[in-house]
Design a protein around this ligand. Structure first.
Ligand SMILES: CC(C)(COP(=O)(O)OP(=O)(O)OC[C@H]1O[C@@H](n2cnc3c(N)ncnc32)[C@H](O)[C@@H]1OP(=O)(O)O)[C@@H](O)C(=O)NCCC(=O)NCCS
Length: 193
């Protein structure tokens, strides 16, 4: 397929590479860490759930030629997080979901925006008609800050499990914007990141 995402990207400080089964330990450490899920503690993954999550990411790459990257620091080789783009359908609309989750000790150094900028650059070049969304919660200031730095704005919110999920969107030049911030009343099943 011509619109396959790159399996290996080099940014100034990071290597972004397609996830592999060997990433399981890092997925367990990061997705099982309550601090890396502090705004939704119930979503800290068990070992089995982390395995399922990684399997679903591997499946994305195998079936759609696009999926999340493992994020490695060039200087140290450490895998500090996971993120990137995957296809999803929301409210019957095909969108790209932009994701990021990093080890707490790496926070505050601009690594997530660096990864996400590379992802957006590819999306803008390759799939300019597809809106890109970030799903987070109102109280997740770090996540919302990353989204804002990239030019995303809140387009809707949903009450779920006592939290307010917010959907932030960046409309690419050729895509159609969604109406401004609204709660459409639809209660979607818990999203899979
Ligand atoms: C959201 C996340 C990926 C941001 O990554 P990052 O590489 O730290 O991004 P940045 O360095 O640009 O920092 C973003 C914001 O985090 C906050 N932040 C910075 N240092 C921090 C620290 N040491 N501890 C907590 N938050 C911090 C600040 O609000 C910062 O915004 P600012 O740059 O305007 O000050 C990271 O916080 C994370 O992995 N969080 C847990 C997973 C998550 O919530 N993912 C979102 C999907 S729902």
């Amino acid at each position: 397929m011509v619109d396959n995402a790159p399996e290996l990207v080099r940014t100034p400080r990071l290597i972004l590479r397609k996830v592999t089964p060997d990433d399981l330990q890092a997925v367990l450490e990061i997705h099982g860490d309550p601090k890396a899920n502090q705004f939704r503690p119930s979503r800290a993954r068990s070992a089995d759930e982390s395995r399922e999550l990684l399997d679903s990411w591997l499946c994305d790459w195998a079936e759609h030629g696009i999926g999340y990257w493992a994020v490695q620091v060039v200087a140290t080789g450490e895998t500090i997080g996971f993120g990137g783009l995957r296809h999803t359908v929301r409210d019957g609309e095909q969108v790209l979901n932009l994701y990021y989750r990093f080890r707490p000790r790496s926070w505050g150094q601009g690594y997530a925006p660096e990864m996400a900028t590379a992802a957006m650059s590819w999306a803008t070049r390759t799939l300019p008609h597809q809106p890109v969304e970030i799903l987070t919660t109102t109280d997740n200031t770090p996540s919302r800050r990353v989204a804002e730095k990239l030019g995303f704005t809140i387009v809707r919110s949903l009450q779920r499990d006592g939290f307010t999920d917010v959907y932030m969107r960046k409309v690419q030049s050729a895509a159609h914007p969604r109406p401004a911030h609204r709660d459409n009343g639809i209660r979607e099943p818990a999203p899979r990141n």
